[in-house]
Design a protein around this ligand. Sequence first.
Ligand SMILES: [Zn+2]
Length: 72
Amino acid sequence: MSDTTVTPEITAPSVPLLPLRDLIPYGLFVAVIATLLLYFVGAEEGATSVFPGMTLHEWVHDARHLLGFPCH
Ligand SMILES: [Zn+2]
């Protein structure tokens, strides 16, 4: 009987490295979408309104209050 234990060899998975330059289009896309969301939640009302009426404002009303934007 032997007292040795056998440890299985574990190899580290290879992680692909991406240059930051390849992430620029995705970063720009996320920035544009985030800016649009921030505008529609925070400023789409009254004089800064793009769409007339209160429909869009009512859709994002709860998010507006949740994020602390002034409303009414
Ligand atoms: Zn409100």
